[in-house]
Write a protein that binds this ligand. Structure first.
Ligand SMILES: NC(=O)c1ccc[n+]([C@@H]2O[C@H](COP(=O)([O-])OP(=O)(O)OC[C@H]3O[C@@H](n4cnc5c(N)ncnc54)[C@H](O)[C@@H]3O)[C@@H](O)[C@H]2O)c1
Ligand SMILES: [Zn+2]
Length: 383
């Protein structure tokens, strides 16, 4: 465990029923006269935008809407949006999943630099806009993190840009935003949060701050994810998933994800597998690979996640029970088990493994060192 660690958080977080009602007061306290609302077509079609625009109008602010943010955007798409908005952009509201929030966070720090510049040196970003994150998936936890992920097609990879100035000023977690999330999106995004929680808890960067949030997120997700995805009326379970995804995001901020996310990035960058789905496929194989190096951690993850479970078990049995539960959840939620289902062929494995090894930002956090050969065998095991 780290000897030095920190926790950086948004200025204020509003959660629970009708939390979106706080928006007008936030805008008034920030003396916002003009707002740019970032969203996408799926969220617009789900009828969520008016919940936000009504509150902007109530605060006597004017607004414009960017409604065409692509899912899992390439860095050049984010740049085009920033160019359309221009230099004068004092207040940004992001209403959406990770794709919308990451785009908004990047645009909020593009002051005298481009997204491409940030890929080379994330520290160049300087805050130029106040940001309010309203997540509509549960989720990436992007509302809590200083990270934004963009696809870099020329490298066939997704790349994380990290800059503390991208931590949101305000977060609104209103369950109405995730109530009618389609099942396949709820499943993929919920599994992403599950990966965040268990990766951060077993990360070499784990610390008392991140442990608190990662373990709580893990227990909440293990107990609620299936019902939250299966049952449209399971409001309480959905609410728990929203809180858990936020906690898992805080855990990322203080600790960090590991080899699941590192091996997932080339699958997203080259084969366009949705972020949550690629993590879900890798989740139990990577945890099984890591198991001998983080037995104590997996055993305490068992104790936290299954308070009513059998106590009289060895560390190995507890770790095995956690991994078996991960497999059960991934299977239940209908995630494909083979990379072949996404058009990946045996001859792609070598280059996928080389690309994954480039994600040292995350691999250095993994409890077990990952060699090129290890990455190859992990991918091959999924063929
Ligand atoms: N910044 C971070 O810390 C962080 C962490 C993990 C992942 N990410 C990134 O986030 C992106 C993925 O975000 P995501 O998984 O939230 O999905 P997303 O934002 O890409 O959205 C996926 C789809 O769901 C739709 N959708 C979202 N909310 C909806 C709702 N309430 N009702 C109906 N449709 C809805 C969207 O329109 C979109 O078509 C990836 O690029 C990933 O790399 C970022
Ligand atoms: Zn993720």
């Amino acid at each position: 465990m780290l000897a030095k660690y920190s926790l950086k958080l948004p200025k204020a977080v509003y959660a629970g029923e009708e939390a979106v009602d706080n928006l007008a007061a936030i805008l008034q306290s920030e003396k916002a006269e003009r707002v740019v609302l970032f969203t996408d077509k799926g969220i617009e079609a789900a009828g969520l935008c008016s919940l936000v625009t009504e509150r902007i109008t109530k605060a006597d602010a004017s607004f414009s809407i960017i409604n065409d943010i692509p899912a899992e955007p390439e860095y050049s798409a984010v740049q085009r949006i920033a160019d359309r908005i221009g230099p004068d952009c004092p207040m940004i509201i992001a209403l959406g999943g990770g794709s919308v929030m990451d785009t908004a966070k990047l645009v909020s720090v593009l002051s005298g630099c481009t997204v491409r510049d940030l890929l080379g040196n994330p520290r160049l970003g300087r805050k130029r806009a106040c940001t309010i994150m309203i997540p509509t998936t549960a989720g990436t936890g992007s509302e809590a993190t200083p990270n934004a992920i963009v696809a870099v097609p020329e490298d066939e990879l997704k790349v994380g840009i990290v800059n503390d100035s991208m931590i949101a000023d305000y977060v609104i977690l209103d369950p109405v935003m995730i109530q009618s999330l389609p099942r396949h999106i709820a499943a993929a995004t919920g599994l992403d949060a599950l990966a965040h929680a268990i990766e951060c808890y077993t990360s070499l960067k784990a610390n008392p701050f991140s442990d608190t949030f990662a373990l709580k997120a893990l227990a909440l997700i293990m107990g609620n994810i299936e019902k939250a995805c299966d049952d449209i009326s399971a409001i309480e379970e959905k609410r728990m998933m929203q809180i858990a995804a936020f906690y898992a995001g805080i855990a990322i901020t203080s600790s960090g994800t590991t080899a699941v996310h590192a091996l997932s990035y080339p699958l997203g960058g080259r084969f366009h597998i949705a972020h949550g789905v690629s993590n879900a496929i890798l989740l139990s194989p990577v945890m099984r690979f890591n198991m001998p190096y983080c037995l104590d951690r997996l055993a305490s993850a068992y104790d936290a996640s299954f308070p009513e479970g059998e106590r009289d078990l060895s560390r190995e049995e507890k770790a095995e029970a956690v991994i078996t539960r991960l497999e059960e959840i991934v299977r239940h939620l209908g995630i494909p088990r083979s990379l072949r289902d996404f058009g990946i062929k045996d001859e792609d494995i070598d280059s996928l493994a080389s690309s994954a090894l480039e994600v040292q930002r995350l691999l250095v956090n993994n409890a077990r060192p990952v060699s090129l050969e290890d990455a190859r065998s992990l991918y091959l095991g999924l063929m």
